[in-house]
Design a protein around this ligand. Structure first.
Ligand SMILES: [Zn+2]
Length: 440
């Protein structure tokens, strides 16, 4: 249970027993618009504290997304934690409206506009840590608005290849791909699956002390050591900008996502002069290659210009506080492909029987609010440009054909990569079964 629905009872309790919940501080709209609190006193009175409580509840649960969805006379609160949805409390219609309007005001949005989608954000601070809250509203058929708040901690983000969960082997591959003064390395995936995080992880995987690395991409609040931001001239084309970067003797450049044929063509025209790194939206690595061939119109140029592609999925890590060790059945170990010497695995705690034959329920866990999981880690599908893969691309192979050849040549698949984390006790077989149904 979060703050909602619980607060009222708590207020009646002896207050000395209650732990003070520190409420989030809102610190200004990202678009710089000063919210006019004076002119909106009634709204502030009705909405400010409930908005703080809602966001605090979300941050307490480590929710990446908070939703307030009007449903008839009520508004349903929902949280997305480590990619899994959890229902929160219900609000009355006026409460939901006050919170939505208040967050719009705080995020520098127009509170008079309720019939078109709006998007903005604000800075916030909670438990002495800075957050960025992205606020989106979407009109519903009945005239109400769906509110979503995405929270992004500005510290403690997954940043390094290690924190992302990249294997030593993958880190080595990235260093190889990016040390040749040529070729394009790509992080691919569907939006919100970690594709951007992996792109930055790749960037951090470059040997920035050996090589001069420039970024055309806005680094935002992300700290990247030894990468020089490059301010392109507004009137220059991407090709002209890349030429300028090459002239300052750069070895490697991090570019904006590959979103169309023009960008793809430019990158492949320049790939023999400098190391290029980027990201691209695609279902998987093989589909990205096929899309690039279509855009560039030259399969051979794509096959020879690519260094490698990485696709990311995030899986939940088992909670370190409440994880339960067990001895797995050797048959199961063999079936899923874990090392045969695996003696101990971990799982979300389940009820067990003690010596007396009594059933013992697991203890409640504060750290993970009994979800059994805490945080996420990456698993990776990797396609390298082996002779076989190149040949398949040049021969006009479709995504299936490319995938088949890559697998035959030992490509790292998601399920293979995920077993590393199971063997190390970082995640559970149950989590893998959830992610890869049917079981890999
Ligand atoms: Zn736990």
């Amino acid at each position: 249970m979060g703050l909602f629905g619980r607060r009222a009872e708590e207020d009646d309790e002896d207050e000395d027993d209650e732990e003070e919940v520190e409420l989030v501080l809102f610190q200004g709209a990202l678009n710089g618009k000063e919210p006019n609190m004076k002119e909106n006193q009634r709204l502030v009175q009705a909405g400010l504290n409930p908005a703080k409580e809602l966001v605090t509840d979300g941050l307490t649960r480590r929710a990446e997304t908070i939703r307030v969805e009007p449903k008839g006379e009520r508004s349903q609160v929902a949280f997305l934690v480590d990619g899994m949805p959890y229902a929160g409390g219900k609000l009355t219609k006026p409460q939901g409206l006050a919170i939505t309007q208040m967050l719009k005001l705080l995020a520098g949005l127009d509170i008079k506009v309720r019939n078109q989608p709006q998007s903005g954000g604000l800075k916030a601070q909670w438990n002495e840590l800075p957050y960025e809250l992205v606020v989106n509203t979407k009109p519903q058929q009945d005239g109400s608005e769906l509110l979503t708040i995405k929270s992004r901690p500005l510290k403690n983000q997954i940043v390094t290849p290690d924190e992302l969960g990249m294997s030593d082997d993958l880190k080595k591959k990235i260093r190889e791909w990016t040390s040749q003064h040529k070729g394009l390395s790509l992080s691919v995936g569907t939006p919100n699956t970690g594709v951007t995080t992996t792109a930055f992880g790749m960037l951090r995987g470059v040997d920035c002390y050996m090589f001069q690395v420039h970024s055309l991409r806005d680094l935002g609040t992300r700290e990247v050591v030894n990468v020089t931001p490059y301010q392109a001239n507004a009137e220059d084309s991407l090709e002209q900008t890349l030429m300028r970067i090459i002239r300052v003797e750069s070895d490697c450049v991090f570019v904006d996502p590959v979103i169309n044929a023009d960008i793809a063509k430019t990158l492949f025209a320049m790939q023999d002069k400098i190391t290029l790194m980027s990201e691209m939206a695609a279902k998987d690595c093989a589909s990205a290659i096929v899309q690039l061939v279509q855009w560039v119109g030259d399969a051979s140029l794509v096959a020879n210009g690519l260094m490698g592609l990485i696709n990311t999925k995030l899986i939940r890590m088992i909670c370190p506080e409440c994880k339960q060790a067990y001895r797995p059945n050797p048959k199961l170990i063999a079936k899923v492909g874990l090392p045969s010497d695996t003696k101990t695995l971990y799982r979300k705690p389940v009820a067990t029987e003690n010596e007396k034959g009594e059933v013992e329920e697991p203890d409640p866990c504060e750290k993970c609010t009994d979800t059994g999981y805490f945080g996420r880690i990456g698993i990776f599908e990797i396609i390298e440009m082996s002779a076989g893969v190149k040949e398949c691309i040049i021969g006009g192979g479709d995504a299936n054909a490319i995938r088949t050849v890559a697998r035959k040549e030992g490509m790292t698949t998601f399920s293979k990569d995920a077993l590393r984390h199971v063997a190390k006790g970082i995640t559970s077989l149950e989590e893998l079964q959830r992610v890869f149904k049917p079981v890999a």
